[in-house]
Write a protein that binds this ligand. Structure first.
Ligand code: ATP
Ligand code: MG
Length: 449
């Protein structure tokens, strides 16, 4: 097989082979080459012991961070390449990491410890495969299958549950039946996995093109670390606006949004407060009054628990909180929301609202979707024309307010905000002379408010 191996990786394989050691590309890079996708990193495994690998690359930059597990990172072409000595792993008493690793001389033994057949293929410089578990066939068939007994492999390391789901969402592969059953049966193992590691896999999963399929089939797994999803998964919505229950609506909405993490998180959680807000009127119609605020609060808690960074959490919570607001398609309303949310969040909110619309009965919301498109175009024009919607764009600043007689302190900000509201509302032009005159007038800038 003719393959395009990065020159740095090629050089490493040649050096190790030249010194008499076996060396192969292994794991994600081989899988990606077979999928016809350019690998994003190149892992190498070798019969050379760590100190022998170091000797082979003496004089080159070497990073020893993974030495305990037999991994040496060599910098070639400015890129880091991980070289790992063939190893097997001892038992996993904590369902997280092996009690010990043991260096071995057999490539097969090393491949046996890997998670899925597609990740347990080795390739030499000539492009020849060592594929004892039929990984290449599984890649062709688009199947994710454990190496060995699935239940045992998931109990060894709970993170593999999330890795299977993530690969399923990103590659659009099916999870093979026995592997799938073992995931459902052993999902509780996730309680032993660190929140940060679940977080990393969940983020990749949500960005996957087939995230919706995985959410649909594996909500029970997600409920292991986010039990708050449970009531949404079973939520029925007897309401003419909705043609689906809470979870199916959420999935359609996720599928309709671009695969940006903040958007997808906000969408996954936008209705999480609905079950707590459900009421049914005398005609049997369900309502969810006040759910955005409840959703926002719950979403914040869930994101905190999974150790999302503050910026992501705050942005997602803002989007969830505002997902149901009406933004009239008028310049002044748009300027007001642009100012309150900032342009980036404003456009993300429009995207959340668009995707949310797509998760409803289409005939009923198509006018709303057209309005959203118009709002977006208008907002882009407002920005392109340099219209004022934030304090930064206002033709006067704090110094002007103080010069006009306001004492330094919180009053200055208040005065500026009042001016901004009037400018953004189209009541007065954003012209310095006009605004200065208003500031100096007896009534101050709040006239007419
Ligand atoms: P990615 O494209 O995300 O890098 P990857 O499969 O290369 O996918 P890595 O975390 O880089 O993922 O791991 C490299 C290889 O190490 C995997 O292909 C697999 O062979 C093995 N591996 C990684 N994590 C595990 C695990 N939890 N259990 C068993 N083997 C694993
Ligand atoms: Mg990798």
């Amino acid at each position: 097989m003719k393959v395009d191996i990065a020159s740095g990786a090629r050089h490493i394989l040649q050096t190790l082979n030249g010194a008499g050691f076996d060396a192969y590309l292994v794991g994600g890079c081989v899988r990606d080459l077979l999928r016809g996708v350019e690998p994003h990193d190149w892992d190498i495994c070798s019969s050379a012991r760590p100190e022998e690998t170091e000797a082979c690359f003496a004089g080159q930059r070497i990073i020893e961070t993974g030495l305990k597990h037999g991994t040496i990172t060599v910098l070639g072409d400015g890129e880091p390449y991980e070289i790992t000595t063939y190893r097997t792993e001892g038992p996993y008493s904590d369902s997280r990491r092996p009690d010990f690793v043991k260096f071995v001389s057999s490539l097969e033994a090393d491949l046996t410890r890997r998670d899925f057949t597609m990740n347990a293929i080795a390739m030499n410089l000539e492009g020849e495969l060592r594929d004892p578990f039929g990984g290449a066939e599984d890649i062709k068939a688009g199947l994710i299958r454990c190496v060995g007994e699935p239940a045992h492999r998931f109990r060894e390391d709970g993170l593999r549950v999330m890795r299977a789901l993530r690969f399923g969402a990103v590659f659009g592969y099916e999870i093979e039946e026995k592997t799938a059953r073992a995931i459902h049966q052993n999902r509780h193992i996730l309680q032993h996995v660190a929140a940060e590691r679940i977080n990393a896999e969940l983020c990749k999963l949500l960005a996957g093109e087939k995230a919706g399929d995985i959410l649909r089939q594996y909500s029970d797994v997600l409920c292991q670390f986010w039990p708050e999803l449970g009531p949404l998964v079973t939520l029925e919505q007897n309401n003419p606006w909705h043609c689906w229950g809470g979870w199916e609506h959420t999935i359609h909405t996720v599928e309709a949004a671009s695969p940006e993490l903040i958007l997808r998180l906000a969408i996954l959680l936008h209705d999480i407060g609905k079950p707590a807000c459900k009421s049914t009127d005398e005609k049997g119609i369900d309502h969810f009054y006040g759910h955005p605020a409840v959703s926002a609060k719950l979403a914040g808690k869930m994101l905190r628990k999974l150790k999302f960074d503050n910026r992501t959490r705050e942005r997602v919570v803002t989007l969830v909180e505002h997902h149901d607001i009406q933004i009239p398609c008028r310049d002044r309303s748009i300027r007001k929301w642009l100012g309150r949310l900032g342009p980036e969040t404003f456009f993300q909110l429009l995207e959340v609202k668009r995707a949310d619309g797509m998760g409803h009965s289409y005939e009923l919301v198509k006018n709303r979707l057209t309005q959203l498109e118009k709002t977006k175009t208008k907002a882009e024009e407002i920005i392109a024309q340099g219209q004022c919607f934030s304090l930064k764009g206002l033709a006067v600043n704090g110094r002007d307010v103080i010069a006009a007689g306001t004492a330094p302190g919180p009053d200055v900000g208040q005065t500026l905000n009042k001016l901004l509201e009037r400018v953004a509302g189209g009541e007065v032009p954003n012209e310095r002379e006009v605004l200065l005159r208003l500031l100096r007038s007896d009534d101050g800038p709040s006239v007419g408010m």
